[in-house]
Write a new protein. Structure first.
Length: 247
């Protein structure tokens, strides 16, 4: 019948299709396709976000394009997890919200038990574990986000990326979302270990500008910084405006 008319590659594609809806079943070629599709969702639909380590801290910056008449102040794409750790994302906002809540809970539980702030690497591992659990359970789907986590602790500044698969990577500088390919090549050419914080902020703005569609202003990007005192903060629009004028 129909099957005899199909070429071998069509048969393979049809075979893959049978596995593409299952999260927990490997395809014959050894892939978990739902996880790959989650990564594709981040790469094609996620707004660009950038992280850059400086010698005295870390910067994260992200596009925040909202429909007209939205109250910009009510939507924050960069969130604080603890007083020295911040997080942003590319992908689906509601999924990010759930991760932020779970991450804060993990940090608080650690603090209650050990009476000291959770190390950055440890919180990143906790977030990665949550994301990994959602790739290995029935009846759930992977998180549709990649996140950048920044922090400063006794080991110095940190910048991590966590993907829907639960993989996490430490970076000196990186980007996630739609404009990640050009952003990463920009960073590879121009990264410098001796960057001061202000220069890192300028660089992050410049990278967002590359792939930004429309007019970039202080209300449609967000910037978060963690300094060497271990304080995480998001910049006020007025400060972002000053930096935009310098770029």
């Amino acid at each position: 019948g129909v099957l005899s008319l199909l070429q071998p590659e069509d048969m393979a594609a049809r075979g893959q299709g049978a596995y593409s809806f299952s999260l927990t079943t490997f395809s014959p070629s050894g892939q978990l396709l739902q996880i790959e599709y989650a990564l594709n969702a981040v790469k094609t639909h996620g707004a660009t976000a950038v992280g850059i380590k400086a010698k005295d801290g870390v910067v994260i910056a992200t596009e925040k394009k909202l429909p007209a008449l939205t109250d910009e102040g009510s939507i924050q794409k960069i969130q604080m997890l603890t007083k020295n750790i911040g997080i942003t994302y590319a992908g689906m906002g509601p999924d990010f919200r759930v991760l932020v809540r779970k991450g804060r809970k993990k940090a608080q539980n650690y603090f209650r038990f050990y009476k000291t702030a959770i190390p950055v690497v440890m919180l990143v591992k906790e977030i990665a574990t949550i994301m990994q659990e959602f790739t290995q359970s029935g009846g759930v789907r992977p998180f549709g986000v990649s996140v950048l986590v920044v922090g400063f602790d006794e080991d110095g500044p940190h910048l991590f990326q966590v993907d829907p698969s639960g993989s996490f990577f430490p970076w000196k500088a990186t980007a996630i979302g739609r404009g990640m390919v050009s952003a990463k090549s920009f960073l590879e050419k121009r990264f410098d270990d001796e960057l001061a914080m202000d220069d890192a902020i300028h660089r992050a703005i410049r990278i967002l500008k590359e792939s930004f569609q429309g007019e970039m202003g202080e209300h449609n990007i967000e910037i978060g910084i963690v300094n060497e005192k271990g304080e995480f903060a998001t910049l006020e629009p007025s400060r972002i405006k000053d930096f935009l004028e310098e770029v």
